[in-house]
Design a protein around this ligand. Structure first.
Ligand code: SF4
Length: 487
């Protein structure tokens, strides 16, 4: 029997019709219809709020992420983090089912808290919600208060909680809500008049690159500035393989997080991922407060380094000046391979500002910029960034669009490459262009989260990966007479 005979077709669509539609979806006519789409979203490049909340929770010492809601949703956040980092993402769910949906999930939450704390012995439980309890209107504040009254939760046990309704916002909003609640809980009553830790509090934003966290710590070590990295996932999702399973590796020490309220300065480099947290910090934390873009590309890294030097009254270390020189050298060496190349980029606002800054510095053209969940403020900042460069002319920002829109753009107005997460691989394949995997999640390549994209080292990493891929393509596709040793 042939392989074809074993297949039971579920439609009567003829091969000719399949071919016709395959060609039609590459036309301007289809693109127009695709962009007129209102209610349907196809392959949005963002995840739901609780996933971001879980990331924030993993960034604190001994903290157990606790999902109030459906077990399947919890599996989705865990498996996505697990596939990206190739590390466990331990979290629990109170597994609300039909009765919870009808009568409310208070009993699930109370039993879940009692069991999880007894079994997994966390130092803190960070509670957040899936869609179901949000839709039925579960009152987390009352439920947790009752848990303490009824003895399911000790009075002094830290249990920050955040409402993370997924029908609104994306993972960056869940990250913000959870981080805010964790810091509010830990710093409660810890502000001391006249105390200054002398430390910098650094918030990396909703960043899924463990290499970036290590790079921030290294840069500050070069300066000799003590730092408290808030929501530090560098160890949580990149711990050594020593043969023993550790449930809670790494994370910001809870005492350090509590004392961060008395810091000398606080910087967030994820302004679009931490607006609520940062607004609260400005009102509550001692010292100076600075919100600035992720230090991606030379100009944004310069701004970050100079701001640290200014805040702490320290000169820029010679070692960092040398690093800058090497990054500029790496860019110059590779400039000819990126200059004039067109890119399509998509992802979270903070990452997008970084990718575009870097591309413009290289004389590359960020032709299509797509953000599925971004604000007017972001769109304005991105437009100003494009307007600041010759290479930004003619580039278009697509707000509230998804990767199926992106596919239409790629086939009707082609570019040379894409930058974004693994979900773009299907469109990139259809368009016959490379995808540079710099975002989240990256589920089809290994160790990408270990290579920093921030700082001068990040510049070297990005420039090398992109330029070498273009050179690979040239070697693979050129005529034999142009197959050269030197490129
Ligand atoms: S969008 Fe809602 S239902 Fe879907 S995984 Fe996220 S929380 Fe669960």
């Amino acid at each position: 029997m042939s392989a074809d005979a074993a297949v039971k077709y579920v439609t009567e669509t003829t091969p000719e019709e399949i071919e016709r539609v395959k060609e039609w979806i590459n036309t301007e006519d289809y693109k127009e219809k695709n962009f007129a789409r209102q209610a349907l979203v196809i392959a949005p490049p963002h995840a739901c709020q609780p996933l971001g909340a879980q990331l924030a929770a993993h960034g604190f010492e001994g903290t157990l992420p606790f999902v109030h809601g459906s077990q399947g949703c919890a599996s989705y956040y865990r498996s996505t983090l697990n596939r990206h980092f190739r590390e466990p993402a331990p979290a629990v769910s109170d597994a609300m089912t039909e009765d919870g949906a009808v009568f409310g999930g208070q009993n699930n939450l109370h039993e879940g808290l009692e069991n999880a704390i007894a079994l997994y012995k966390p130092k803190m439980v960070a509670i957040f919600t899936s869609c179901m309890p949000e839709i039925i209107g579960d009152d987390l504040t009352a439920f947790i208060k009752n848990a303490r009254l009824k003895g399911f939760l000790a009075n002094d046990f830290p249990a920050p909680y955040a409402n993370t309704p997924s029908f609104n916002g994306s993972h960056i909003h869940g990250y913000d809500a959870m981080l805010l609640s964790i810091l509010q809980t830990l710093t409660d009553g810890k502000a001391l008049e006249g105390r200054c830790t002398g430390r910098l509090n650094l918030i990396a934003g909703c960043d899924f690159n463990t290499g970036n966290y290590r790079e921030y710590a290294r840069i500050l070590k070069e300066f000799g500035i003590p730092v408290t990295l808030l929501a530090d996932i560098s160890e949580s999702f990149d711990s050594p393989c020593d043969g023993t399973y550790h449930v809670y590796p790494g994370g910001t020490k809870l005492d350090d997080a509590a004392d961060s309220i008395n810091g000398k300065a606080t910087i967030t480099v994820g302004p679009y991922a931490t607006p609520k947290t940062f607004t609260w910090i400005k009102d509550t934390y001692a010292g100076k407060h600075v919100a600035m873009p992720m230090p991606m590309g030379v100009a944004k890294t310069d701004a970050f380094i100079m701001k640290i030097a200014e805040l702490f009254g320290k000169p820029v270390p010679e070692s960092l000046k040398a690093e800058r020189g090497r990054a500029v050298d790496a860019m110059t060496d590779a400039h000819q391979y990126l200059h004039g190349k067109k890119f399509a980029v998509y992802g979270d606002p903070d990452y997008l500002i970084g990718y575009v800054s870097f591309l413009l510095e290289m004389g590359a053209i960020p032709h299509h910029i797509l953000c599925s969940k971004g604000s007017k403020k972001f769109e304005k900042e991105m437009q100003a960034l494009l307007d600041s460069s010759l290479y930004g002319k003619g580039c278009t920002i697509y707000m509230g669009k998804d990767l199926w829109h992106m596919r239409s753009l790629l086939v009707t107005d082609p570019v040379d490459a894409m930058i974004g997460d693994s979900h773009g691989k299907f469109s990139a394949r259809d368009a016959g262009i490379p995808l540079f995997r710099f975002g989240f999640p990256i589920m089809d390549r290994v160790n990408k989260h270990r290579y920093p994209l921030i700082g001068y080292q990040g510049v070297v990493n990005m420039v090398s990966e992109i330029a070498n891929k273009f050179l690979d393509i040239k070697d693979e596709t050129c005529e034999p007479r142009f197959f050269e040793l030197m490129r």
